[in-house]
Design a binder for this molecule. Structure first.
Ligand code: SF4
Length: 428
């Protein structure tokens, strides 16, 4: 006789959720009184990067503001020339005038040691420096340039990210490790040596920065590659070999859905294992696309994994042959946009609103059930159904909407619910 599954009472429930975040050193990234904590027990931080010419201080300040408004907790800007370095204090001042206190991270390659030394006001205006040891020359020159940047970080008490990248991995290190690999009885593949070299480079440069006087609590590490499986392996290795705070990101992730899917696949695995203290989603923008999309994607990864909450989530069914019009798609889209647009104001007025769930469903098959499980839900009429839309609040059917103004009326119900449930004087 075939044995069936064990009865539910005999089974243990499977654990749900990500593994506890691994213990790392906590790095404070400050601007004025505003402190963003990376690592330790702090929640995973969302960051992003501008794509404006930093020489255009106004355009850059505006984009930083937009990224911060979308929820970016750190914003990185390119600092690649003397002209760019000269404008950094102006960008910082413009942001301060606009009341935007997001810390700025300077992205340096090749000449960072010189720019930071020649433009002390730039060094001061930035809250963190991104250093790529693979782009600082070779031999003694690289060591000297690295030491100069670390000395400036110490002088101004700034955090640094030591970010190695497989596209700019230290050639001398890679050649040496390949030679050593050839001496092995069973040599590793070149790809495995490259992964090992990335991790070794990141940790050894961090240790050197500490020897040069930088506190280990001022150091964040990253090892970026552009293939999902390589990234997962590299960060698992990195995380097992050090306790520095880690910046996660898939470099050159790509455009559109490919970039989003690849980043999500890689980061989800690592975040689920408790690896990662800050994330950036490197999306290639569509022509004319919104740069803040990378922030939204980063937030959605963290929120859908249950690691953080940023904005109320809309549960929407995919639609099918039972939905003959676009009303349902438009309502789901409008409500999601409305909720996101409100968040810059709501997050202060209505603490906790970011955990709210809203369901927008296309017909009666799953609509009422899913709507009851949400804080607020609406079940629109499918093809051939009575043209009415029951609305559920806290699991109870409260009203049935009809006619051409369903969308507006539903939005008003959501707004009233938010005020009532999450307002500071709310007793609900
Ligand atoms: S809820 Fe209705 S419309 Fe939506 S996917 Fe299910 S059956 Fe289709």
């Amino acid at each position: 006789m075939t044995q069936g599954p064990e009865t539910p009472s005999a089974c243990q429930p499977l654990p749900v959720g990500a593994q506890p975040k691994r213990v790392t050193r906590t790095v404070d990234v400050r601007w004025g009184d505003h402190v963003v904590k990376l690592g330790g027990s702090a929640p995973v931080v969302v960051q992003s990067m501008t794509n404006t010419d930093t020489v255009d201080a106004i355009a850059t300040a505006i984009q930083v503001k937009e990224l911060a408004r979308a929820g970016s907790e750190l914003v990185r800007i390119t600092v690649n020339t003397p002209e760019a370095a000269r404008e950094v204090p102006a960008i910082r001042e413009q942001l301060d005038r606009m009341g935007v206190n997001v810390p700025l991270v300077g992205d340096f390659h090749y000449n960072g040691h010189k720019l930071l030394a020649d433009f002390p006001e730039c060094a001061q205006a930035l809250s963190k420096y991104r250093i790529n040891p693979g782009n600082m020359g070779g031999g003694k020159r690289r060591d000297d340039n690295f030491a100069k940047m670390i000395e400036i970080a110490c002088r101004y008490d700034k955090a640094v990210r030591i970010g190695v990248n497989w596209g700019s991995l230290d050639h001398e290190l890679m050649a040496r490790m390949m030679d050593e690999n050839n001496q092995r009885a069973h040599p590793w593949t070149a790809q495995a040596v490259m992964r090992d070299a990335l991790v070794f480079s990141a940790i050894s440069n961090a240790q050197r920065a500490e020897e040069l006087g930088l506190d280990g609590k001022r150091i964040v590490l990253s090892c970026k590659v552009s293939h999902v499986q390589d990234l997962i392996t590299v960060y698992q290795d990195l995380s097992s070999r050090c306790d520095y705070a880690l910046h996660l990101g898939l470099t050159e992730a790509g455009m559109g859905s490919k970039g989003i899917v690849a980043s999500t696949a890689a980061l989800s695995v690592l975040l689920q294992q408790g690896i990662g203290d800050t994330i950036r989603i490197s999306l290639t923008p569509e022509p004319g696309g919104d740069r803040a999309r990378e922030v939204v994607v980063a937030q959605e990864i963290l929120q859908t994994m249950g690691l953080r909450a940023f904005t109320p989530m809309v549960v929407a069914c995919p639609g099918c042959g039972r939905t003959s019009s676009t009303v349902f798609q438009e309502l789901a889209n409008d409500i999601q946009s409305y909720l996101r647009d409100q968040m810059p104001v709501w997050k202060d007025l209505y603490p906790g609103v970011e955990t709210m769930n809203v369901a927008v469903m296309g017909c009666v098959v799953n609509g009422p059930g899913e709507s009851r499980h949400a804080d607020i839900g609406i079940s629109l009429p499918g093809t051939g159904e009575v043209p009415s839309a029951p609305v559920y609040v806290d699991g109870e059917r409260v009203v049935t909407l009809k006619g051409d103004t369903i969308a507006q009326e539903f939005q008003t119900i959501v707004q009233n619910y938010v005020e009532r449930r999450y307002g500071k004087t709310s007793t609900v």
